[in-house]
Every structure is written in structure tokens, then in C-alpha cells.
Write a protein that binds this ligand. Structure first.
Ligand code: GLP
Length: 233
């Protein structure tokens, strides 16, 4: 694991932006993208840059079940707002949270992933060490699947909802094996509430109880973390 420590999220966005500049210059064609607050400053920089994504396919990690892309709380809406409405991509994929046939939604997304192997996967991290919506206990062998969100994740994400009781309790997420299949992985984490998860990811045992700990086994992982997120290392 390569660990890049930065003072704050703004410096983290600058460092991560450089990684995307290099990746595109090197012909990267498939970007695995993430939602959450951590990548927002990076997306702002990508959206206002002169980088050209017209030959790039994006594949997002996850989506809430029950929300369609026009719902402002959906991850499709988030991606449109922060990046896709501002930059043309060849194609953008987010799991279909509105598909009534869940097996089909899962199967379709695995098909998309097999057709578009990810060159560079962006990750945030949950306070409990989740990546995507792969909660503690998720099999390291998992591919796309339906997830029951933990109460800690529902609580953490309630801040994005006007009515906290409206936070969906289920999601569709790429699995851990799908994430690990990416050629390169970039995880960004800022703030003290990520410090335990970051310490467990980097120094803890590799265990399904801390989904991000599997990253220790990936050959090309970069972590960009600020001083607060690094405070328990
Ligand atoms: C959600 C997303 C994750 C994200 C996490 C942390 O659970 N599914 O992909 O990493 O939130 O979000 P934030 O960056 O806002 O702390």
C-alpha cells in the first residue's frame, strides 16, 4: 500500500487529481467511481479541468434500492450533479436501484463489469470499514449483491436526507471481489471519524469484519488520508 498523507481534504483532492491526470494520459479507459462526501472536491476539480472523458466509461460502486435516478438522494443523481452533467463520458453506469427484479439488476451489473474491467477504482471508506456498501461480514469473494445496510451506515448517511427516516435500508453494491479486480485502487479518507477504520485497514488483520482490510492484498493501492484520518496509525 502506498500511503500519501495530506493536511486536509483540499490537498487530498489536488493529489488525487494528479493521479487522474496521469491515468488519463496513460490511456485509462474504465474508471470505477464512488459517492459520499470524500470524493466531492476531486469531482469538482475533474469537472472544471480540461481532461477529456469522451472515450472513458465509468462504473459506479453502488446505489440505494428503491430510489430512481431522478431522486436527489440517489447516487445516480449525485454523480450527474457532481460530474456527469459537466463532463461527457462515453458511457456511465450506476446500479439500477429501481429494477423490481433484483436478481436481474445484480446479474446485469456483473455483466457490465465483465465487459468493462476497471482500470482505476476510487473508494471512500465507511466508519466501520465498509467499501462501496460492502458492510462488515461481507464475503471477500462477493460480486454484485443486495445489501442490508447496518444501523451505523444508515445513521452516517442520514445527514444527506431532509427526513432521516427516509434513508433506504438496502442497497445494491459491487462486491469485494469486484473491487479487488480493479487494476489500481485509490482510497481517500478525511477526518477523525475515519481514523479507526483507516488504522484497521492498514495495520489490522485481514478480516471480513473490516472489509477494507482486504486492500492489503491488492498489488496497486494508494491511500490518500489527512492528518485526522491518520491519527490512529
Ligand atoms: C457511503 C458510500 C461509500 C462511501 C461512504 C463514506 O456508505 N456507499 O461508498 O465511501 O458512504 O462516505 P463519506 O465519504 O461521505 O464519508
Amino acid at each position: 500500500m502506498q500511503i500519501i498523507k495530506v493536511k486536509n481534504a483540499a490537498e487530498g483532492a489536488n493529489k488525487s487529481f494528479e493521479i487522474y491526470q496521469n491515468a488519463l494520459a496513460n490511456g485509462v479507459k474504465v474508471l470505477g467511481l464512488a459517492t459520499g462526501s470524500s470524493p466531492i472536491a476531486l469531482y469538482d476539480k475533474l469537472a472544471t479541468s480540461d481532461l477529456d472523458f469522451s472515450d472513458v466509461v465509468s462504473v459506479n460502486l453502488d446505489e440505494y434500492l428503491g430510489l430512481d435516478g431522478n431522486d436527489p438522494q440517489s447516487y445516480r443523481y449525485f454523480m450527474n450533479e457532481h460530474l456527469f452533467n459537466k463532463k461527457d463520458f462515453k458511457q456511465t453506469y450506476v446500479p439500477d436501484g429501481k429494477q423490481a427484479d433484483r436478481d436481474k439488476a445484480v446479474h446485469d451489473y456483473d455483466q457490465i463489469l465483465s465487459q468493462h474491467p476497471i482500470d482505476l477504482q476510487l473508494l471512500g471508506i465507511g466508519r466501520n470499514g465498509h467499501i462501496g456498501f460492502n458492510e462488515p461480514g461481507t464475503s471477500f469473494d462477493s460480486t454484485t449483491h443486495i445489501v442490508d445496510l447496518t444501523s451505523s451506515t444508515i445513521e452516517a448517511n442520514a445527514r444527506f436526507f431532509e427526513d432521516p427516516s427516509k434513508v433506504p435500508t438496502q442497497a445494491i453494491s459491487m462486491g469485494i471481489a469486484s473491487v479487488m479486480a480493479a487494476k489500481k485502487i485509490l482510497l481517500v479518507a478525511y477526518g477523525e471519524n475515519k481514523a479507526d477504520a483507516i488504522a484497521a485497514t492498514i495495520n489490522g488483520p485481514i478480516t471480513e469484519e473490516v472489509p477494507a482490510s482486504i486492500l492489503q492484498k491488492h498489488l496497486d493501492v494508494t491511500l490518500i488520508i489527512d492528518d485526522a484520518a491518520a491519527s490512529k496509525l
